[in-house]
Design a protein around this ligand. Structure first.
Ligand SMILES: N[C@@H](CCC(=O)N[C@@H](CS)C(=O)NCC(=O)O)C(=O)O
Length: 211
């Protein structure tokens, strides 16, 4: 039985969705950011960064969105949400996973929390730099999807789950992911997945899922 600490419409949503894709038993605790529930001593003992998600696996906390979905795919290989170790698709799978986590996702942190790198002084410049880099990343994904339905191989994987969540975060940005034609076609198909629709319902999210 997994226990997820998340919060609606956050990186926690990725794990919530993944658990529904896997159809495994779990408990979801949705923290209220407005009440600072992610900064309490008890929660900081689980996740010292005071962010979501945290997943309790066999009694121990596991953090980092991309790491958690990769771990869950490994623990539930029957779901086929990651190419097997040793397969030819493993290299692009790991490259895309780490690119998303290390190179692309941090620009979203800068966009939504610009005071962190800017120190309160250069918030507008930080947001503008983040916007440009997010759009460059979206253009790269769009080009990759020109003749493909998924990012790696020929079946949906945790890479697609991460791409979808990050694209969702662009929905109120000046140029959202759906403005790129291949990304829109890709996202329109993924938005039909029952588990993604279910996580929207469970977290009370009504925007974006229907376009
Ligand atoms: N690198 C972390 C980033 C997690 C993160 O930034 N989570 C955000 C929500 S999407 C959060 O908890 N923000 C609350 C805060 O920073 O106070 C991960 O991938 O898990």
């Amino acid at each position: 039985m997994y226990k997820l600490y998340g919060s609606p419409s956050t990186a926690g949503t990725a794990i919530h969705w993944m658990l529904l894709e896997l159809d495994v038993p779990f408990e979801a605790v949705l923290l209220d950011f407005d009440k600072g529930e992610h900064k309490t001593p008890d929660y900081l003992a689980l996740n010292p960064d005071g962010v979501v998600p945290t997943l309790i696996v066999d009694g121990a906390p596991v953090t980092q969105m991309a790491g958690i979905v990769t771990l869950l795919a490994e623990r539930h290989p029957e779901a086929g949400l990651a190419p097997p170790v040793g397969s030819s698709e493993r290299a692009p799978y790991l490259s895309w996973s780490f690119w998303l986590a290390n190179s692309f996702q941090p620009h979203f942190r800068a966009w939504f929390y610009p005071h962190e790198p800017a120190g309160g002084e250069a918030v507008d410049a930080v947001k503008e730099a983040a916007r440009v880099r997010i759009e460059q990343g979206l253009a790269r994904l769009d080009a990759h999807l020109a003749d493909r339905d998924v990012i790696v191989g020929d079946r949906f994987s945790t890479v697609d789950l991460l791409v979808t969540i990050l694209c969702r975060w662009t929905r109120n940005m000046p140029k959202p992911a759906t403005a790129w034609p291949n990304l829109k076609r890709y996202l329109d198909r993924i938005r039909q997945r029952p588990a993604l629709r279910e996580v929207h319902a469970r977290e009370g999210l009504t925007d974006w899922i229907d376009g």
